[in-house]
Design a protein around this ligand. Structure first.
Ligand code: AMP
Length: 195
């Protein structure tokens, strides 16, 4: 099962992808997590990505598509995988189509998390607070200014993926404004309907 999570920053993609990953036993592939790991490890990709991420902009299509292409060839992706934060541009979506077709696989569904964008800044502030309360480190791009930039990048570069996938009949609309467990239940019912 190959599932894509689409939605603006703070819509709950990571939370829901983690739930589904655990429940269905397929890995969650988050390009954001992979890039942050590359930054921490000080790899050449990490060095290139740091300033771009801190500015709330997008890392190059080639870099992220390359990371995903390598990752899905690993054994644990044989049964399927969840893409969280990729693709984020039309070019990435086309690259993903090629990557998947080359491996004789297909995308099963694209979950479009619909949220009221005005609520997202409030969610960001709670995420910052919760991280601090738990003694964790707040992401360097989790501040209101960078977040607004990430939202703008989403609207201009990522939102066009919704009509792209809708035309292919792959979109399932999910009401992301509901409580976390209700959103999970909506996703479960979409995924149960696939198999
Ligand atoms: P995320 O953890 O998904 O919110 O991603 C954090 C940041 O990593 C984004 O704001 C981008 O700078 C970068 N990033 C993550 N995924 C991608 C992607 N698919 N394409 C380009 N940049 C990405």
């Amino acid at each position: 099962m190959i599932v894509i999570f689409l939605g603006p920053p703070g819509a709950g993609k990571g939370t829901q992808a983690a739930y589904i990953s655990q429940k269905r036993g397929i890995p969650q592939l988050s390009t954001g997590d992979m890039l942050r790991a590359a930054i921490t490890a000080g790899t050449p990709v990490g060095k290139k990505a740091k300033a771009v991420i801190d500015a709330g902009e997008l890392v190059s299509d080639e870099i992220v598509a390359g990371i995903i292409a390598d990752r899905i060839d690993e054994d644990d992706c044989r049964k399927g995988f969840l893409l969280d934060g990729f693709p984020r541009t039309l070019e990435q979506a086309r690259m993903l189509d090629d990557i998947i077709a080359f491996r004789n696989r297909k995308i099963d569904v694209v979950l479009a998390l619909q949220v009221d964008e005005n609520a997202l800044v409030d969610r960001l502030n709670s995420r910052i607070q919760q991280t601090k309360d738990a003694g964790g480190e707040v992401r360097s791009d989790d501040n209101v200014e960078t977040f607004r930039k990430r939202l703008e990048v989403y609207s201009t570069q990522t939102a066009p993926l919704i009509p792209y996938y809708r035309d292919q009949g792959l979109i399932a609309d999910i009401d992301g404004m509901k409580p976390i467990n209700v959103v999970s239940a909506q996703i479960d019912s979409v995924l149960d309907g696939l198999s």
